[in-house]
Design a binder for this molecule. Structure first.
Ligand SMILES: C[S@@+](CC[C@H](N)C(=O)[O-])C[C@H]1O[C@@H](n2cnc3c(N)ncnc32)[C@H](O)[C@@H]1O
Length: 278
């Protein structure tokens, strides 16, 4: 059973996440993949060694940790931040429950020749791990129901500081406009930055806010990839009636840009680091 949140902001958070999850469960046509992240896991890797990242998140996080310190990256994904951080500190422990994400993370660790990363294949709620100097948690909390316990656990595992990274608008905002045409209803939105700030205030955590540079996610490589990613994001099964409808909507919604295709209304992400010392 999900542990209840007790603060005003925590209860509001839980209500929002449960409403979003209930809508997902009602809408989901079938399990498109046994791992939700599989169709999009390739987006959560760092650039190739020597190439610069589209955003400065890793660079700013590196300023919060020194060479002899350790980092715990909770919900590490494909290592977008894990790998560059490993280059600037003593060791990074990546907690990552998705197999598809871990496969990306392992492949990138090998490609970069990185030796100081260890991976825990589990959720944060289930993780058994020692405290680290800096705890990083980037774009993970949006879907967490028992958010207060999740944050407390981040705190308990930090010797020095916690850094939460969130977008100003929901990470999935780009896909929201597709919902009414495909599902006939608006998408219920998850909590994001304002709700994180409310929650930390209710938990009496004094945080600092570091605004990061805005960045546009990589375009879809081609139409096939666009359809696969949009199907996954909208819980639409390949070959279904809704998939046909989605495909028609994409005909009018994708525009050609350098490197591939983009939804024409896509806006840059505006990420923020919310950090506090413990
Ligand atoms: C949007 S991705 C972000 C990945 C990475 N932190 C980044 O910024 O590129 C969210 C990640 O959080 C992981 N995740 C979701 N719920 C989690 C939980 N309860 N505990 C740990 N990781 C979780 C997912 O598997 C996914 O890899």
């Amino acid at each position: 059973m999900t542990e209840r949140n007790t603060t005003r902001a925590g209860m509001a958070w839980q209500k929002a996440v449960e409403a979003e999850h209930a809508q997902s469960d009602r809408i989901r046509e079938e399990l498109v993949s046994d791992d939700f992240w599989r169709p999009v896991a390739h987006r959560f890797v760092p650039p190739k060694r020597g190439e610069s990242a589209p955003d400065n998140t890793a660079e700013k996080l590196a300023e919060l940790v020194s060479q002899d310190e350790t980092v715990l990256d909770v919900g590490a994904g494909g290592g977008r931040l894990t790998i560059p951080l490993a280059e600037t500190c003593a060791h990074v422990t990546a907690v990552e429950p998705s197999e598809a994400m871990r496969e990306q993370l392992i492949a990138t660790t090998e490609a970069w020749g990185i030796k100081n990363v260890s991976i825990l294949a589990t959720t944060w709620e289930e993780a058994q791990v020692e405290p680290h100097d800096l705890v990083v948690c980037a774009h993970v909390v949006y879907t967490v129901t028992a958010i207060e316990q999740f944050i407390r656990q981040l705190n308990e595992h930090a010797r020095k500081a916690v850094a939460l990274i969130s977008f100003e608008r929901p990470a999935t905002a780009t896909y929201l406009s597709l919902w009414p045409s495909v599902h006939g209803e608006e998408r219920i939105q998850l909590p994001t930055l304002p709700q994180i700030e409310d929650l930390l205030t209710d938990l009496s955590i004094n945080f600092e806010r570091i605004n990061l540079g805005e960045w546009l996610p990589r375009p879809f490589r081609d139409r096939e990839q666009a359809l696969a990613e949009c199907q996954a994001r909208l819980f639409v099964a390949s070959g279904s009636d809704k998939s046909e409808k989605l495909s028609e909507v994409l005909d009018d919604s994708l525009v050609e840009v350098e490197g591939g295709l983009r939804l024409k209304w896509a806006e840059p992400h505006r990420p923020v680091i919310i950090s506090w010392t413990v």
